[in-house]
Design a protein. Structure first.
Ligand code: SF4
Ligand code: MSK
Length: 647
C-alpha cells in the first residue's frame, strides 16, 4: 500500500489497523485504493458539476456557464441529487417490498421455516394500514396487511397510509407544499422522469419531488421493511452482545453474513446451533459454528438474536483477511465488488444469495422464500466443509467490545413507563426539565475518504458528555459499539443529567435502534414524543437533530432528506453532499427547506463546527419551547399529587 498515511489515520478501529499491519503481501483493499485513487472533484467542490443525462454531454458546468442544452449549475446539481435520492429510496423500498412479499407467503404457509412471531406488532401494522382485524386469524390479518403494504408501492394517487403516523401538523405541511407521497414506486419513477433531459428545470421544483420521493422511503418503504421484519422475527428488546473482529473464532467454522436483508441471515443464525450441524462441524475438526455479521444484515441479527457484528462497512475486506472466514454470504447493498477478487487469495467462499445482486468471483446460491431452511443448511454445510481448507495463517485480532442493542421504539416506551403504563412521558419530562438537553441521531455509513469511525465516535462522546441522548443505526451504531460506549457503564462518560436517566432506567447513553431501514423507528419515536405532549405540536419543535458524519451511500441522501422534510435539522460531514458547487441549491436545502418544512440538510466539513451548530440548533429549539432554563425537580408527596389532580 502507498503508505503515506499511518494505519491509524485510515481507521480508528484497532482491529482493522492490526489486519492492515499484518499484511505481508500487497493486497488491494479499500484503504489502499483510497490512497491511489483520488475522488473526482467535479460535483463535490467549487470546480463545477457534471451532467451526463444526454449524449450531447457529459457537460461540465460552472456558475457562469451552462450545458449544451442551457442547463444551469443549479438545475444540474438539483437533478443529480434528486437521482441519488431516487436510487436511495428505491434501495430501501425494494427491500421493504420484499419483506411484504415474504409476509404474504408466510401467511399462506409457503415460506419455509417462517411464521408470524409478533402478533401484537402485526395487529398494529394492520391497523396503521387500515386493515380491519375483527375476528380474523393471525394469518388472515397477515395476508391482508401484506397485500395492503404491497399496494402502497404501485398506488397512483391519494396518500400513503403510513404518512398518517406523523403528527397532524406535519401532515398539513406536506399537503400544503404538495409533497405528500402518493405511491412509493410512483415517486421514484416520476423523479427519474422529471430529471430526464429537457423535463423539470426548476431546481426548487425538482427538489420538492426529491422530498416527496424521500418521504416515500422513510414513512413508506423503510417503515414497511422495519415493521414486517419485527412481525416475522420479533420486535427487538435489549440484549447484550460483543462486537469486532475478535469475535471470529480460530477453532470454529466462521460464517459471516453481510448485506441488508434479514431473512436468510436470521435462518442461518437460528440453524447454527442445530445439533446435527454442530456435530458435523466437530467431525471436520472444528469446535462449533460461529455465525457473525457485517453491516446491516449484522444489525438485524444482532437486534433479535444477539449475533456478534464483527464490523461495519469498511471492515468487510478485513474479515476475509483474517484467514479465518470459511464462508461469507451476502445479499443486497453495501457489498464491495472487491470481495470477489479478494476471496481468490484466501480459502473463503463468497456466496451471493439475492437474484438482484450477483458478483463475479462469487458462488450464486439463490434464496427463495420457499427454500430458506434448506438453503441455509446447505450454506452452513459448505462452510463446514471448507474449514479444513484454510491456507493462510489465521490472524484474528484479539479485540472486541461489549454492547447492548435492541432498542425498538416499543421497548423504549415500555422501559420508560413500565408494563402497565407504557409511555414516552418520562423521556419528555427529562427533556423538559433539562436532564436530557435533546436527542441526536448519529447514523449512516463509513467512508474510506475519512478515518473509519472517527467522527461517529468523537461526536457521540461529545454529545453524551453534554447531556444529549444519542440514538444510532446502521454502520454508525456499529462504530459506537466497537468503541465500547454502547453499554450502560458508558454512563460514566455522560453528563450528570443523562447519567441520572441511564442509572434510573439501566440503559446506555447511546441507544442502538437497528439497521439503516430502521431509521424509520426514529420517525416513529419523534411522532410519539410529539403526541405525548409538552414539546410542541410537530417534529420540527423537538430539540433533536440528525447527523451522518461519514456518509457514503445514496441511501444516506434519502434518509437525510426525509428527516429534513419531517422537520429535523440534519448535518452531513466527511465527504460533501454533491451540490456543494451550487449556492442556489444549497440555499434551497437550507433556508428554503427550513421555511417550508422546518428542517434542513447541509454539509459541514469541520466536525467541531458541526458539533457547535447542532448544539445551537437544539438550544434554539429549547428556547422556542421555553424550556431553556433549568427547572429543579420537585419530589411530590401524595398530598401534592392530589392537589394537582384536583385542579
Ligand atoms: Fe449537457 Fe444538457 Fe445533455 Fe446534461 S442534459 S449532458 S447539460 S446537454
Ligand atoms: S450498511 S448504507 S454503509 S450505514 Fe446499512 Fe452501513 Fe451505510 Fe451501508
Amino acid at each position: 500500500m502507498d503508505n503515506n498515511k499511518e494505519f491509524g489515520d485510515l481507521s480508528s478501529d484497532e482491529a482493522v489497523c492490526k489486519i492492515l499491519e499484518s499484511m505481508d503481501e500487497e493486497i488491494s483493499t479499500v484503504f489502499s485504493r483510497s490512497q491511489s485513487l483520488k475522488p473526482c472533484p467535479i460535483g463535490s467542490s467549487e470546480s463545477g458539476i457534471c451532467c451526463k443525462n444526454c449524449s450531447m454531454g457529459p457537460c461540465r458546468v460552472m456558475e457562469e456557464t451552462a450545458g449544451l442544452c442551457g442547463a444551469t449549475l443549479g438545475t444540474i446539481a438539483a437533478r443529480n441529487l434528486a437521482r441519488h435520492i431516487a436510487a436511495g429510496t428505491a434501495a430501501h423500498s425494494d427491500h421493504g417490498r420484499d419483506m411484504a412479499h415474504l409476509l404474504a407467503l408466510t401467511s399462506e404457509g409457503k415460506a419455509e421455516g417462517l411464521k408470524i412471531k409478533d402478533d401484537l406488532k402485526l395487529f398494529n401494522f394492520a391497523k396503521n394500514l387500515g386493515v380491519k382485524t375483527g375476528d380474523k386469524s393471525v394469518n388472515e390479518i397477515a395476508g391482508e396487511a401484506a397485500e395492503k403494504a404491497m399496494s402502497l408501492f404501485g398506488q397512483q394517487s391519494g396518500e400513503i397510509d403510513l404518512m398518517r403516523l406523523a403528527p397532524k401538523k406535519r401532515q398539513e405541511i406536506w399537503r400544503k407544499h404538495k409533497v405528500m407521497p402518493r405511491g412509493i414506486d410512483r415517486e421514484v419513477v416520476e423523479m427519474m422522469h422529471r430529471t430526464n433531459m429537457g423535463v423539470d428545470q426548476d431546481p426548487e421544483n425538482i427538489l420538492d419531488q426529491a422530498v416527496r420521493t424521500a418521504l416515500a422511503d422513510g414513512w413508506g418503504g423503510s417503515m414497511i421493511g422495519t415493521d414486517i421484519t419485527d412481525i416475522l422475527f420479533t420486535t427487538p428488546v435489549p440484549l447484550a452482545a460483543k462486537t469486532n473482529l475478535g469475535m471470529l473464532k480460530e477453532d470454529e467454522v466462521n460464517v459471516v453474513i453481510h448485506g441488508h436483508e434479514p431473512t436468510l441471515s436470521e435462518i442461518i443464525a437460528e440453524l447454527s446451533d442445530e445439533n446435527e450441524l454442530v456435530e458435523y462441524a466437530k467431525s471436520k475438526g472444528a469446535k462449533g459454528i460461529n455465525v457473525v455479521g457485517i453491516c446491516c444484515s449484522a444489525n438485524e441479527v444482532l437486534m433479535r438474536q444477539g449475533i456478534a457484528p464483527i464490523g461495519n462497512f469498511l471492515s468487510q475486506e478485513m474479515a476475509i483477511m483474517t484467514g479465518a472466514v470459511e464462508l461469507m454470504v451476502v445479499d443486497i447493498q453495501c457489498i464491495m465488488q472487491s470481495l470477489g477478487e479478494l476471496v481468490k487469495k484466501y480459502h473463503t467462499k463468497l456466496i451471493t444469495s439475492s437474484p438482484k445482486a450477483k458478483i463475479p468471483g462469487a458462488i450464486h446460491m439463490e434464496f427463495q422464500e420457499v427454500n430458506g431452511t434448506a438453503l441455509a443448511k446447505e450454506i452452513i454445510k459448505m462452510a463446514i466443509d471448507n474449514f479444513q481448507n484454510r491456507k493462510h495463517k489465521v490472524c484474528i485480532p484479539e479485540i472486541s467490545s461489549e454492547l447492548v442493542a435492541g432498542f425498538s421504539h416499543e421497548y423504549i416506551r415500555y422501559m420508560l413507563g413500565g408494563r402497565f403504563r407504557e409511555s414516552f412521558r418520562p423521556l419528555n419530562d427529562a427533556i423538559i426539565d433539562g436532564r436530557i438537553q435533546g436527542i441526536v441521531a448519529i447514523v449512516g455509513c463509513n467512508n474510506a475518504r475519512i478515518c473509519q469511525d472517527k467522527y461517529h465516535n468523537y461526536l457521540a462522546k461529545e454529545f453524551i458528555k453534554r447531556d444529549y441522548l444519542v440514538v444510532s443505526t446502521g454502520c454508525g451504531a456499529l462504530s459506537l459499539a466497537k468503541c465500547g460506549i454502547m453499554v450502560p457503564e458508558a454512563m460514566e462518560e455522560a453528563g450528570p443529567g443523562l447519567r441520572s436517566i441511564c442509572e434510573a432506567v439501566g440503559i446506555p447513553p447511546i441507544l442502538h435502534l437497528g439497521s439503516c431501514v430502521d431509521n424509520s423507528r426514529i420517525l416513529t419515536i419523534a411522532s410519539e414524543i410529539v403526541s405525548e405532549g409538552g414539546l410542541g405540536e410537530d417534529i420540527s419543535d423537538l430539540p433533536a437533530a440528525g447527523i451522518a458524519p461519514e456518509w457514503m451511500s445514496e441511501k444516506a441522501l434519502s434518509i437525510g432528506t426525509y428527516f429534513a422534510a419531517s422537520g429535523v435539522y440534519v448535518a452531513f460531514s466527511g465527504q460533501p453532499i454533491p451540490v456543494e458547487s451550487s449556492i442556489e441549491v444549497k440555499n434551497i436545502m437550507t433556508s428554503g427547506w427550513q421555511q417550508k418544512y422546518g428542517g434542513q440538510l447541509e454539509y459541514i466539513a469541520d466536525i467541531d463546527e458541526l458539533l457547535e451548530k447542532v448544539i445551537n440548533v437544539i438550544q434554539d429549539k429549547r428556547k422556542a419551547l421555553k424550556i431553556d432554563t433549568k427547572k429543579e425537580r420537585v419530589l411530590m408527596d401524595m398530598e401534592a399529587r392530589r392537589a394537582l389532580t384536583n385542579v
